[in-house]
Design a protein around this ligand. Structure first.
Ligand code: HMG
Ligand code: MG
Length: 302
């Protein structure tokens, strides 16, 4: 198997995981979660989102999260930004990396950010420009790359089109979201193949939700094509407010366990990662969705 030697893990649990949690998660819990993840060696932790609090109330305290965390040198703490208003708030919070987020389907774009794909691209352009001028890094997301809750199948070319647009705006990395987790390995490979025609595969990230239990298989399939950036969520936290039935991102513990078994470097300490998983699971009173976390818990109990 042709696999990368190192995979960069982007833990999106504090944002993607908690954005959909039904009860308010205390600020101190969010801050401790981010700090525990970086202490475990996670190189990129998505810390929050500067979006409308009416749309996503769970992310309303992102400025306080950014002010409260211990910023570890060398670690990136990206936040989602949908428009210039969000950008100004991110800048005021001394954010160093933002993520703009579009979709491969019109219906999802409307439900998620209340505009069409082309309107969203027009909206992102000045945001990316301002961020780059201010010395920030810009990550790009595309949702529904392997299926849409409203439109069903998604053509790889539709994903490649949005990816090219985000690339032109200066995104250093493009994260490809299987928002509803319906993808399977050959479909995931076909999508990567289409996007990688225009953008180097090293600049693509896999952001796979595990709703149908396919995420690890899909990740192995795309790693064989050179993908070496994987978005995960500790404890498999989360879902998506605009994708009914979606479950969380593939659990960080499960991906790190697989990568360890493959001899792929991540720089992550599994014990500290499991401790972070137990911390957030206890804090929000939710059993981890991670098989690895459950297996270690079972072994400990025995
Ligand atoms: P809109 O209602 O069309 O916006 O929402 P608007 O410009 O008409 O403004 C409406 C109100 O929101 C105004 O306040 C604005 O000031 C305020 P009012 O005058 O009514 O009091 N507002 C804001 N407040 C704070 N921060 C802002 C902001 N912008 C406007 N940035 C908008 C459009 C994009 C704002 C809205 O739809 C929104 O916030 N959407 C975010 C949805 C979201 O966060 N979704 C989850 C993240 S995406 C995801 O999970 C997928 C991903 O994980 C990949 C994958 O898995 O596929 C990334
Ligand atoms: Mg997501």
């Amino acid at each position: 198997m042709n696999l990368p030697e190192y995979v960069k893990i982007v833990d999106v649990g504090p944002r993607d995981g908690l954005q959909n949690h039904p009860e308010t998660v205390p600020l101190a819990t969010k801050i401790e979660l981010v700090d525990r993840l970086t202490d475990a060696g996670i190189p990129v932790v998505e810390a929050g989102a500067f979006v409308s609090p009416k749309w996503v109330p769970q992310m309303a305290d992102t400025a306080d999260v950014m002010a409260g965390i211990k910023r570890k040198p060398g670690v990136s703490y990206p936040v989602l930004v949908p428009n210039l208003k969000g950008y100004e708030a991110a800048k005021a919070a001394n954010v160093e990396e933002i993520a703009i987020f579009g979709a491969a389907t019109e219906a999802f774009s409307q439900k998620n950010i209340n505009c069409s794909i082309s309107e969203s691209l027009e909206r992102f352009r000045p945001v990316a420009e301002a961020a780059i001028n201010d010395g920030m890094k810009v990550r790009g997301y595309i949702s529904c790359v392997l299926g849409c809750p409203y439109e069903g199948d998604v053509a790889p070319d539709a994903v490649a089109y949005v990816a090219r647009e985000l690339d032109r705006m200066g995104c250093y990395e493009i994260s490809l979201g299987d928002t509803i987790g319906t993808g399977t390995p050959a479909k995931a490979q076909a999508m990567i193949e289409a996007v990688a025609k225009d953008i180097k595969v090293e600049r693509l990230g896999a952001h796979f939700h595990d709703t149908y239990g396919q995420a690890l298989a899909n990740l192995l399939a795309v790693m064989q094509m050179g993908v070496a950036v994987i978005d995960t969520a500790v404890a498999g936290l989360g879902g998506c407010p605009y994708a009914k039935g979606a479950s969380g991102n593939v659990a960080t513990e499960d991906v790190v366990y697989m990568l360890n078994g493959l001899g792929i470097e991540t720089g992550i300490d599994m014990d500290k990662l499991l401790a972070a998983s137990r911390f957030i699971s206890a804090a929000i009173h939710r059993a981890p969705a991670s098989k690895v976390a459950l297996a270690y818990k079972g072994a400990d109990a025995a």
